[in-house]
Design a binder for this molecule. Structure first.
Ligand code: SAH
Length: 218
């Protein structure tokens, strides 16, 4: 099957599963996922599955990327923070839909590879850094939207909540122990944070601190 046919099949599958936002669908259509996965998996880049990347991490399933992007209800004027750059695929999708993307990764090796991909794709509206994303990016806060692509234990990090604008929202997987992980959307109002459960998910854990070069945790 040619890549075009495989992409059309993937887009049809996403539509069947409730992805209706045409902006989100066209961002997926125009972002070559094969560039974001290890070469040995290139022929599976159009499958609707998560795939392994370096450092024991994963690139999310296309459905989950599309679902989270749609749940963010993005506008072209938005400045968005992503925690967990990984391969850079989710950041590349966001970059097609908003003004500026700030993305944080704790593994320097992953961040460097992602930055190379952004350059190759001429995505110049992405700022990437290596740091602990649980702290957010204070120098660029507040953000219209925040997306976390690793699972937080029990609750969203307080510093991330504080870096949301009023009326802003965050999409984040929360690990509830025996109850498993659930994707949650949190909206900030003038007085409170309102949380809605969206769907069960499976993400790698959100870990504190920056990873050392040998992959060990500091
Ligand atoms: N969005 C990615 C998938 C990310 S997998 C993509 O499109 O490919 C989750 C990533 O979160 C991993 O790369 C992991 O190293 C990173 N991560 C985990 N905890 C983190 C933290 N505290 N700060 C920054 N990145 C973190």
């Amino acid at each position: 099957m040619t890549p075009d046919v495989r992409m059309i099949r993937l887009l049809m599958e996403l539509r069947r599963h409730g992805i209706a936002d045409t902006g989100v669908l066209s961002a997926l259509e125009t972002t070559p996922r094969e560039m974001f996965v290890p070469e040995v998996f290139a022929d599976r880049a159009f499958d609707n599955t998560a795939l392994p990347i370096d450092e024991g991490q994963t690139i999310s399933q296309p459905f989950i990327v599309a679902y989270m992007t749609q749940a963010l209800e993005l506008k072209p004027t938005h400045r968005v923070l992503e925690v967990g750059t990984g391969s850079g695929y989710q950041a590349a999708i966001l970059a097609k839909l908003v003004k500026r993307v700030y993305t944080i990764e704790r593994h320097a090796a992953l961040q460097e590879q992602a930055v190379e991909r952004f350059k190759k794709l001429h995505l110049f509206n992405i700022d990437a850094r290596v740091s602990d994303g649980m702290r957010g990016w204070p120098g660029q806060a507040p953000f219209d939207r925040i997306i976390v692509t690793a699972a937080a234990r029990e609750k969203p990090p307080a510093e991330l909540l504080n870096q949301l604008v009023i009326k802003g929202s965050m999409v984040i997987p929360i690990d509830r122990g025996v109850d498993g992980q659930v994707l949650v959307r949190i909206r900030r109002t003038a007085h409170e944070f309102q949380s809605t459960d969206l769907l069960p998910v499976k993400f790698v854990p959100l870990l504190e601190g920056v990873a050392k070069n040998d992959g060990a945790v500091e």
